[in-house]
Design a protein around this ligand. Structure first.
Ligand SMILES: NC(=O)c1ccc[n+]([C@@H]2O[C@H](COP(=O)([O-])OP(=O)(O)OC[C@H]3O[C@@H](n4cnc5c(N)ncnc54)[C@H](OP(=O)(O)O)[C@@H]3O)[C@@H](O)[C@H]2O)c1
Length: 338
């Protein structure tokens, strides 16, 4: 009898160890925070919630915004697509029509420069005139940065804040007026993991995304009388897109000479899928990232002293990568020649 009990304990321990190992492996491979992955598993599905919804996407001419347009079109959402390059938006619209059952009138191409704030009211009216309502605004347009603070002109900092922060809140203000009248709507902002943590080479970009996080986390409780209006902040880690080709550098007129290979980053379609899951499940904040950035988000939130230590090590590697002319996030594990 004692012998049987002993074996039962050994088997239970082994099964427990295997379960823990599987959990650890799943955690290493996780590409979203726990609430988000739970919502993806058990929550509401974009295919059920989004057909017929009017979604206005800024920055729809490339990268994450372009992929958002394709996934939303396939699901049957009605789209307003905005960015500065009208020809690129027309290309995206054409592809949306090819891959979905939407018709010409279901997709509005609307040129918009986020930094031209005086045009935002008319743009909002144009979307309302076309569709009669805006169910979801996705504030996605923006640019990142690759330059050290000591080398960078203050004009660059001004331009980053004008685009990523002021441009976004200006458009939000006009759309929010309409949502308040209807007492419903969703305002989704593509922030970044850099809206949570710091990162060298991106001081201005981090500041603009922290500003957005602070702004929207403060706006949400101001809207307590309107429980039908939902504010969602999306925080992606590195994702494949044109972002590095379009970054701000030391001077406004200078572009990045060597963007480097981007293939090691999270796929655009996975990032967008998790973004749609976050939207339909009314998540207030979603971290969408591979490790080690996801782990740093958790540390930053729950154990900042360790996060600062880790970022010191990762940050040194980022700067070394940047100086070698490869993508700053290319690898944290390879040795760099001195
Ligand atoms: N990719 C990443 O690793 C990553 C990670 C975290 C967060 N994000 C955020 O994701 C969002 C989308 O970036 P992405 O990665 O998809 O980069 P992207 O491929 O460079 O796309 C950026 C989009 O923003 C638009 N844009 C730039 N300046 C604009 C302006 N003045 N007015 C209006 N639109 C403007 C661009 O269109 P036009 O040039 O035609 O105007 C383009 O459609 C950004 O907010 C970025 O900060 C990206």
């Amino acid at each position: 009898m004692a012998w049987d009990c002993g074996w039962a304990c050994v088997v239970a321990l082994l099964l427990g160890a295997v379960a823990l190992l599987r959990l650890a492996l799943r955690w290493v491979r996780a590409d979203g925070d726990l609430t988000l992955l739970w919502a993806e598993w058990r929550g509401r599905r974009p295919e059920k919630e989004l057909p017929g919804k009017v979604v206005w996407v800024t920055g729809a001419s490339s990268g994450i915004g372009e992929e958002l347009a394709y996934q939303l079109a396939k699901i049957g959402a009605l789209l307003a697509l905005s960015a500065r390059r009208q020809d690129e938006l027309e290309r995206v619209k054409k592809r949306c029509l090819e891959i979905s059952s939407l018709s010409e009138n279901d997709i509005l191409v609307l040129r918009l420069d986020l930094t031209e704030r005086s045009s935002h009211e008319a743009a909002t009216k144009a979307v309302l005139q076309h569709f009669g309502r805006i169910d979801i605004l996705v504030n996605n347009g923006g640019r990142s940065q690759r330059s050290l603070f000591v080398d960078t002109s203050v004009d660059v900092y001004n331009a980053i804040m004008e685009l990523n922060y002021l441009g976004t809140i200006s458009l939000t203000k006009h759309v929010l007026n309409h949502m308040i009248e209807r007492k419903k709507g969703k305002i989704v902002t593509v922030s970044s993991v850099m809206g949570i943590m710091g990162a060298p080479l991106a001081t201005g970009y981090c500041a603009s995304k922290h500003a957005l996080q602070g702004f929207f986390n403060s706006l949400r409780p101001e809207l307590w009388e309107y429980p039908g209006i939902v504010i969602t902040n999306i925080c992606p880690g590195p994702v494949q897109s044109k972002i590095i080709h379009n970054v701000f550098t030391e001077e406004l007129t200078k572009s990045l000479e060597k963007p480097g290979d981007q293939s090691h980053k999270m796929s655009t379609d996975r990032c967008v899928r998790l973004t749609l899951v976050s939207i339909v499940n009314d998540l207030k904040e979603a971290w969408i990232s591979d490790n080690p950035y996801l782990a740093v988000c958790y540390l930053w939130q729950y154990a900042p002293t360790w996060a600062w230590w880790l970022l010191g090590r990762i940050g040194k590697k980022r700067i070394q990568n940047f100086k070698r002319g490869v993508d700053a996030d290319a690898s944290y594990y390879q040795k760099v020649a001195a």
